[in-house]
Design a protein around this ligand. Structure first.
Ligand SMILES: *Cc1c(COP(=O)(O)O)cnc(C)c1O
Length: 370
Protein backbone atom coordinates (compact mmCIF):
# COMPACT_ATOMS: atom_id res chain seq x y z
CA UNK A 1 0.00 0.00 0.00
CA UNK A 2 1.15 3.52 -0.77
CA UNK A 3 2.08 5.60 2.24
CA UNK A 4 0.13 8.83 2.37
CA UNK A 5 2.65 11.66 2.65
CA UNK A 6 0.34 14.54 1.82
CA UNK A 7 -3.36 13.76 2.17
CA UNK A 8 -5.82 15.80 0.13
CA UNK A 9 -7.44 16.91 3.39
CA UNK A 10 -7.08 16.03 7.06
CA UNK A 11 -9.67 17.12 9.61
CA UNK A 12 -8.26 14.90 12.35
CA UNK A 13 -5.15 17.08 12.72
CA UNK A 14 -7.33 20.07 13.48
CA UNK A 15 -9.25 18.11 16.09
CA UNK A 16 -6.00 17.06 17.77
CA UNK A 17 -4.89 20.69 17.98
CA UNK A 18 -7.97 21.72 20.00
CA UNK A 19 -9.02 18.35 21.42
CA UNK A 20 -9.51 19.36 25.03
CA UNK A 21 -11.76 22.30 24.26
CA UNK A 22 -13.81 20.29 21.77
CA UNK A 23 -14.23 17.30 24.08
CA UNK A 24 -15.32 19.56 26.90
CA UNK A 25 -17.81 21.39 24.67
CA UNK A 26 -19.35 18.13 23.44
CA UNK A 27 -19.56 16.76 27.00
CA UNK A 28 -21.45 19.88 28.13
CA UNK A 29 -24.07 19.34 25.43
CA UNK A 30 -24.55 15.76 26.59
CA UNK A 31 -24.58 16.68 30.29
CA UNK A 32 -27.21 19.32 29.66
CA UNK A 33 -29.05 17.23 27.02
CA UNK A 34 -29.08 20.35 24.83
CA UNK A 35 -29.28 18.13 21.76
CA UNK A 36 -31.34 20.14 19.30
CA UNK A 37 -31.23 23.94 18.91
CA UNK A 38 -30.91 25.20 22.49
CA UNK A 39 -28.25 27.10 24.35
CA UNK A 40 -25.13 26.18 22.38
CA UNK A 41 -26.68 26.77 18.98
CA UNK A 42 -27.96 30.14 20.19
CA UNK A 43 -24.54 31.05 21.51
CA UNK A 44 -22.88 30.14 18.22
CA UNK A 45 -25.35 32.16 16.18
CA UNK A 46 -24.76 35.22 18.38
CA UNK A 47 -21.00 34.85 18.06
CA UNK A 48 -21.08 34.24 14.31
CA UNK A 49 -23.38 37.21 13.83
CA UNK A 50 -20.95 39.50 15.71
CA UNK A 51 -17.82 38.10 14.14
CA UNK A 52 -19.20 38.05 10.60
CA UNK A 53 -20.90 41.43 10.94
CA UNK A 54 -24.48 40.52 10.04
CA UNK A 55 -27.71 41.10 11.94
CA UNK A 56 -29.33 37.66 11.71
CA UNK A 57 -27.83 34.17 11.68
CA UNK A 58 -30.45 31.46 11.25
CA UNK A 59 -29.18 28.01 12.21
CA UNK A 60 -30.28 25.15 9.96
CA UNK A 61 -29.49 21.46 9.49
CA UNK A 62 -27.11 21.81 6.50
CA UNK A 63 -26.04 24.10 3.69
CA UNK A 64 -28.44 22.55 1.19
CA UNK A 65 -31.45 23.29 3.38
CA UNK A 66 -30.15 26.84 3.82
CA UNK A 67 -30.57 27.46 0.07
CA UNK A 68 -33.92 25.68 -0.09
CA UNK A 69 -35.32 27.64 2.85
CA UNK A 70 -34.14 30.94 1.37
CA UNK A 71 -35.74 30.12 -2.01
CA UNK A 72 -39.05 29.10 -0.42
CA UNK A 73 -39.27 32.13 1.87
CA UNK A 74 -38.53 34.42 -1.07
CA UNK A 75 -41.61 32.79 -2.65
CA UNK A 76 -39.74 31.10 -5.49
CA UNK A 77 -42.14 28.48 -6.88
CA UNK A 78 -43.34 26.60 -9.94
CA UNK A 79 -43.16 28.63 -13.13
CA UNK A 80 -40.23 30.71 -11.89
CA UNK A 81 -36.69 30.62 -13.23
CA UNK A 82 -33.57 30.94 -11.11
CA UNK A 83 -30.20 31.72 -12.67
CA UNK A 84 -27.05 30.07 -11.35
CA UNK A 85 -23.71 28.69 -12.44
CA UNK A 86 -22.97 25.53 -14.45
CA UNK A 87 -20.12 24.65 -12.10
CA UNK A 88 -21.01 24.07 -8.47
CA UNK A 89 -21.89 21.36 -6.00
CA UNK A 90 -25.30 19.90 -6.88
CA UNK A 91 -27.05 21.52 -3.87
CA UNK A 92 -27.23 24.92 -5.54
CA UNK A 93 -29.21 23.52 -8.43
CA UNK A 94 -31.22 20.70 -6.87
CA UNK A 95 -32.77 23.11 -4.34
CA UNK A 96 -34.08 25.25 -7.22
CA UNK A 97 -35.81 22.14 -8.57
CA UNK A 98 -37.06 21.20 -5.09
CA UNK A 99 -38.68 24.61 -4.79
CA UNK A 100 -40.52 23.80 -8.04
CA UNK A 101 -38.65 26.36 -10.15
CA UNK A 102 -36.49 25.87 -13.25
CA UNK A 103 -32.70 26.27 -12.99
CA UNK A 104 -31.11 28.35 -15.73
CA UNK A 105 -27.41 27.55 -15.92
CA UNK A 106 -24.70 29.97 -17.04
CA UNK A 107 -21.15 29.24 -18.21
CA UNK A 108 -18.19 30.17 -16.02
CA UNK A 109 -15.38 32.69 -16.41
CA UNK A 110 -11.66 32.22 -16.04
CA UNK A 111 -12.03 32.11 -12.24
CA UNK A 112 -14.49 29.19 -12.41
CA UNK A 113 -17.26 31.55 -11.27
CA UNK A 114 -20.56 32.43 -12.94
CA UNK A 115 -19.73 34.69 -15.92
CA UNK A 116 -21.48 37.89 -14.87
CA UNK A 117 -21.32 39.23 -18.43
CA UNK A 118 -23.58 36.42 -19.71
CA UNK A 119 -26.31 36.72 -17.08
CA UNK A 120 -28.48 39.43 -18.63
CA UNK A 121 -28.89 37.48 -21.86
CA UNK A 122 -30.72 34.77 -19.92
CA UNK A 123 -33.15 36.94 -17.96
CA UNK A 124 -36.79 36.43 -18.95
CA UNK A 125 -40.21 37.44 -17.62
CA UNK A 126 -40.06 34.39 -15.39
CA UNK A 127 -36.65 35.02 -13.81
CA UNK A 128 -37.03 35.62 -10.07
CA UNK A 129 -33.59 35.21 -8.55
CA UNK A 130 -29.87 34.75 -9.11
CA UNK A 131 -27.68 32.44 -7.02
CA UNK A 132 -23.99 33.25 -7.48
CA UNK A 133 -21.68 30.66 -5.91
CA UNK A 134 -18.39 31.90 -4.45
CA UNK A 135 -16.73 28.69 -5.59
CA UNK A 136 -13.43 27.42 -4.14
CA UNK A 137 -13.35 30.43 -1.77
CA UNK A 138 -13.27 33.29 -4.27
CA UNK A 139 -16.11 35.78 -4.56
CA UNK A 140 -18.06 36.44 -7.74
CA UNK A 141 -18.30 39.97 -9.13
CA UNK A 142 -21.00 41.12 -6.71
CA UNK A 143 -21.01 44.76 -7.81
CA UNK A 144 -22.13 43.72 -11.28
CA UNK A 145 -24.51 41.01 -10.07
CA UNK A 146 -26.10 43.29 -7.46
CA UNK A 147 -26.70 45.91 -10.12
CA UNK A 148 -28.30 43.34 -12.47
CA UNK A 149 -30.61 42.26 -9.64
CA UNK A 150 -31.56 45.88 -8.92
CA UNK A 151 -32.27 46.66 -12.58
CA UNK A 152 -34.43 43.57 -13.10
CA UNK A 153 -35.90 43.37 -9.57
CA UNK A 154 -34.51 39.93 -8.82
CA UNK A 155 -33.71 38.33 -5.48
CA UNK A 156 -30.06 37.63 -4.77
CA UNK A 157 -29.01 34.53 -2.82
CA UNK A 158 -25.27 34.05 -2.29
CA UNK A 159 -24.11 30.44 -1.90
CA UNK A 160 -21.23 30.88 0.56
CA UNK A 161 -20.71 27.20 1.39
CA UNK A 162 -17.05 27.45 0.30
CA UNK A 163 -16.35 31.07 1.16
CA UNK A 164 -16.55 31.86 4.87
CA UNK A 165 -14.86 35.24 5.38
CA UNK A 166 -13.97 35.73 1.71
CA UNK A 167 -14.03 39.39 0.60
CA UNK A 168 -14.05 41.37 -2.61
CA UNK A 169 -13.50 45.13 -2.57
CA UNK A 170 -14.26 45.27 1.14
CA UNK A 171 -17.51 43.30 0.95
CA UNK A 172 -17.79 39.96 2.72
CA UNK A 173 -19.33 36.92 1.06
CA UNK A 174 -23.03 36.70 1.87
CA UNK A 175 -23.65 40.32 2.77
CA UNK A 176 -24.43 41.84 -0.65
CA UNK A 177 -27.45 39.67 -1.39
CA UNK A 178 -30.85 39.38 0.25
CA UNK A 179 -29.42 36.33 1.99
CA UNK A 180 -26.18 34.39 2.20
CA UNK A 181 -26.21 30.64 2.82
CA UNK A 182 -23.43 28.72 4.57
CA UNK A 183 -22.54 25.08 5.01
CA UNK A 184 -20.66 23.81 8.06
CA UNK A 185 -20.08 20.35 6.58
CA UNK A 186 -16.95 18.95 8.32
CA UNK A 187 -14.64 19.58 5.36
CA UNK A 188 -15.68 23.20 4.80
CA UNK A 189 -13.47 26.12 5.96
CA UNK A 190 -15.57 26.33 9.12
CA UNK A 191 -16.71 22.77 9.70
CA UNK A 192 -18.88 21.09 12.34
CA UNK A 193 -18.71 17.43 13.42
CA UNK A 194 -21.71 16.44 11.37
CA UNK A 195 -24.14 18.27 9.11
CA UNK A 196 -24.92 21.91 9.89
CA UNK A 197 -25.52 25.19 8.06
CA UNK A 198 -26.88 28.69 8.45
CA UNK A 199 -28.46 31.58 6.60
CA UNK A 200 -27.36 35.19 7.14
CA UNK A 201 -29.40 38.30 6.39
CA UNK A 202 -29.93 41.87 7.58
CA UNK A 203 -33.64 41.68 6.69
CA UNK A 204 -35.72 41.32 9.90
CA UNK A 205 -38.96 40.09 8.33
CA UNK A 206 -37.22 37.56 6.08
CA UNK A 207 -35.12 36.29 9.01
CA UNK A 208 -38.24 35.67 11.09
CA UNK A 209 -39.93 33.79 8.23
CA UNK A 210 -36.90 31.60 7.48
CA UNK A 211 -36.48 30.80 11.17
CA UNK A 212 -40.09 29.76 11.45
CA UNK A 213 -40.08 27.70 8.25
CA UNK A 214 -37.01 25.77 9.44
CA UNK A 215 -38.83 24.94 12.70
CA UNK A 216 -42.05 23.34 11.39
CA UNK A 217 -43.52 26.77 10.74
CA UNK A 218 -43.70 27.65 14.42
CA UNK A 219 -42.02 30.37 16.44
CA UNK A 220 -43.74 29.25 19.62
CA UNK A 221 -44.08 25.51 20.15
CA UNK A 222 -47.37 24.09 18.81
CA UNK A 223 -48.33 27.40 17.19
CA UNK A 224 -47.75 26.42 13.56
CA UNK A 225 -48.37 29.42 11.34
CA UNK A 226 -47.28 27.73 8.13
CA UNK A 227 -46.38 24.25 6.92
CA UNK A 228 -42.63 24.28 7.34
CA UNK A 229 -39.85 21.71 7.50
CA UNK A 230 -37.60 20.23 10.18
CA UNK A 231 -34.22 21.80 9.60
CA UNK A 232 -32.64 22.52 12.97
CA UNK A 233 -29.01 22.60 14.03
CA UNK A 234 -27.86 20.02 16.57
CA UNK A 235 -26.50 21.23 19.91
CA UNK A 236 -23.24 19.36 19.40
CA UNK A 237 -22.66 21.16 16.11
CA UNK A 238 -23.35 24.52 17.75
CA UNK A 239 -20.91 23.74 20.56
CA UNK A 240 -18.16 22.54 18.17
CA UNK A 241 -18.61 25.56 15.89
CA UNK A 242 -18.43 27.87 18.90
CA UNK A 243 -15.00 26.52 19.77
CA UNK A 244 -13.77 26.55 16.17
CA UNK A 245 -14.95 30.11 15.53
CA UNK A 246 -12.15 31.32 17.81
CA UNK A 247 -9.57 29.94 15.37
CA UNK A 248 -11.15 30.65 12.00
CA UNK A 249 -9.15 33.82 11.27
CA UNK A 250 -5.90 31.98 11.89
CA UNK A 251 -6.97 28.97 9.80
CA UNK A 252 -8.09 31.22 6.94
CA UNK A 253 -4.75 33.03 6.95
CA UNK A 254 -2.93 29.70 6.84
CA UNK A 255 -4.90 28.67 3.73
CA UNK A 256 -3.95 31.97 2.09
CA UNK A 257 -0.28 31.47 3.04
CA UNK A 258 -0.31 27.95 1.61
CA UNK A 259 -1.81 29.22 -1.63
CA UNK A 260 0.96 31.81 -1.87
CA UNK A 261 3.56 29.09 -1.37
CA UNK A 262 2.04 26.96 -4.13
CA UNK A 263 2.01 29.99 -6.41
CA UNK A 264 5.65 30.80 -5.77
CA UNK A 265 6.82 27.21 -6.22
CA UNK A 266 4.74 26.42 -9.31
CA UNK A 267 5.16 29.76 -11.08
CA UNK A 268 7.45 28.47 -13.80
CA UNK A 269 5.71 25.20 -14.65
CA UNK A 270 4.42 25.73 -18.18
CA UNK A 271 2.10 22.69 -18.19
CA UNK A 272 -0.12 24.07 -15.47
CA UNK A 273 -2.20 27.19 -14.94
CA UNK A 274 -2.47 28.56 -11.42
CA UNK A 275 -5.87 29.74 -10.13
CA UNK A 276 -6.54 33.26 -11.40
CA UNK A 277 -7.81 36.02 -9.15
CA UNK A 278 -10.51 38.39 -10.29
CA UNK A 279 -9.64 42.07 -10.18
CA UNK A 280 -10.04 44.24 -7.11
CA UNK A 281 -9.05 43.85 -3.49
CA UNK A 282 -9.61 40.15 -3.39
CA UNK A 283 -9.50 37.94 -0.30
CA UNK A 284 -9.74 34.42 -1.75
CA UNK A 285 -10.05 32.01 1.22
CA UNK A 286 -8.97 28.89 -0.71
CA UNK A 287 -11.48 26.29 0.33
CA UNK A 288 -9.79 24.54 -2.59
CA UNK A 289 -6.63 25.23 -4.57
CA UNK A 290 -7.60 24.30 -8.12
CA UNK A 291 -5.03 24.31 -10.91
CA UNK A 292 -5.49 23.45 -14.57
CA UNK A 293 -3.02 20.96 -16.01
CA UNK A 294 -2.00 18.92 -19.04
CA UNK A 295 -2.32 15.12 -18.89
CA UNK A 296 -4.41 15.28 -15.75
CA UNK A 297 -5.14 11.60 -15.25
CA UNK A 298 -1.46 10.68 -15.52
CA UNK A 299 -0.43 13.51 -13.21
CA UNK A 300 -3.01 12.48 -10.66
CA UNK A 301 -1.80 8.86 -10.82
CA UNK A 302 1.82 9.95 -10.50
CA UNK A 303 1.07 12.08 -7.45
CA UNK A 304 -0.88 9.22 -5.93
CA UNK A 305 2.13 6.94 -6.37
CA UNK A 306 4.16 9.50 -4.41
CA UNK A 307 1.61 9.49 -1.57
CA UNK A 308 -0.09 12.78 -2.54
CA UNK A 309 -3.86 13.04 -2.54
CA UNK A 310 -5.72 15.21 -5.06
CA UNK A 311 -9.35 15.77 -6.04
CA UNK A 312 -11.49 16.98 -8.94
CA UNK A 313 -14.07 19.65 -8.25
CA UNK A 314 -16.16 18.78 -10.02
CA UNK A 315 -15.76 15.95 -12.55
CA UNK A 316 -19.01 16.78 -14.38
CA UNK A 317 -20.55 20.26 -14.76
CA UNK A 318 -24.18 20.37 -13.63
CA UNK A 319 -25.76 20.67 -17.12
CA UNK A 320 -24.11 17.40 -18.21
CA UNK A 321 -25.34 15.39 -15.21
CA UNK A 322 -27.96 12.73 -15.67
CA UNK A 323 -30.01 14.42 -12.93
CA UNK A 324 -30.51 17.48 -15.15
CA UNK A 325 -30.89 15.80 -18.53
CA UNK A 326 -34.34 17.29 -18.92
CA UNK A 327 -32.86 20.79 -19.12
CA UNK A 328 -31.53 19.70 -22.54
CA UNK A 329 -28.20 21.46 -22.48
CA UNK A 330 -25.32 20.81 -24.91
CA UNK A 331 -21.58 21.10 -24.50
CA UNK A 332 -21.60 24.07 -26.90
CA UNK A 333 -23.74 25.99 -24.41
CA UNK A 334 -20.85 25.89 -21.94
CA UNK A 335 -17.57 26.28 -23.84
CA UNK A 336 -15.50 27.36 -20.83
CA UNK A 337 -16.85 24.72 -18.44
CA UNK A 338 -16.38 22.07 -21.15
CA UNK A 339 -12.79 23.11 -21.84
CA UNK A 340 -11.86 23.12 -18.14
CA UNK A 341 -13.60 19.88 -17.28
CA UNK A 342 -10.68 17.62 -18.20
CA UNK A 343 -7.96 19.98 -16.91
CA UNK A 344 -8.94 20.96 -13.35
CA UNK A 345 -7.14 19.37 -10.41
CA UNK A 346 -7.43 20.26 -6.72
CA UNK A 347 -4.19 20.09 -4.74
CA UNK A 348 -4.00 19.36 -1.00
CA UNK A 349 -5.31 22.35 0.98
CA UNK A 350 -6.02 22.56 4.68
CA UNK A 351 -4.66 24.87 7.40
CA UNK A 352 -2.40 22.23 8.98
CA UNK A 353 -0.42 21.54 5.77
CA UNK A 354 3.30 22.09 6.31
CA UNK A 355 5.71 24.02 4.14
CA UNK A 356 7.71 20.85 3.46
CA UNK A 357 4.57 19.02 2.35
CA UNK A 358 3.79 21.85 -0.08
CA UNK A 359 7.36 21.72 -1.40
CA UNK A 360 7.07 17.98 -1.89
CA UNK A 361 3.83 18.36 -3.87
CA UNK A 362 5.36 21.03 -6.10
CA UNK A 363 8.61 19.12 -6.65
CA UNK A 364 6.61 16.03 -7.57
CA UNK A 365 4.57 18.00 -10.12
CA UNK A 366 7.77 19.36 -11.68
CA UNK A 367 9.31 15.88 -11.74
CA UNK A 368 6.28 14.57 -13.59
CA UNK A 369 6.52 17.12 -16.40
CA UNK A 370 10.28 16.74 -16.71
C1 LIG B 1 -21.10 21.97 0.47
C2 LIG B 1 -21.87 22.82 -0.46
C3 LIG B 1 -23.26 22.99 -0.34
C4 LIG B 1 -24.14 22.16 0.56
O1 LIG B 1 -23.81 22.10 1.87
P1 LIG B 1 -24.22 20.82 2.76
O2 LIG B 1 -23.99 21.33 4.14
O3 LIG B 1 -23.34 19.70 2.39
O4 LIG B 1 -25.65 20.54 2.52
C5 LIG B 1 -23.89 23.89 -1.18
N1 LIG B 1 -23.23 24.58 -2.11
C6 LIG B 1 -21.88 24.43 -2.28
C7 LIG B 1 -21.19 25.24 -3.32
C8 LIG B 1 -21.17 23.54 -1.47
O5 LIG B 1 -19.86 23.39 -1.66
Amino acid sequence: MDIVKVPFGDIKLQYNSIKEEIDEAIQSVVDETAFISGKYVKEFCENYSKHYGVKHVIPVANGTDAIYIALRMLNIAEGDEVITTACTWISTVETISQAGATPVLIDINDQNLIDENLIEKFITERTKAIIPVHLFGQMCNMEKIRSICDTHELFLIEDCAQSHYAELNGHKAGLTGDVGTFSFYPGKNLGAYGDAGCIVTNNDALAAKMNMFANHGAKIKHQHRMAGINSRMDGIQGAVLNVKLKYIDDWTQKRIDHANSYRALLRDVSNITLPTLSEGTNKHVYHLFVIECDRRTELQEYLKSKGIGTGIHYPVPIPFMEAFEELNYNEEDFPVASRKQSRILSLPMFPELTESQIKFVCESIKEFYN
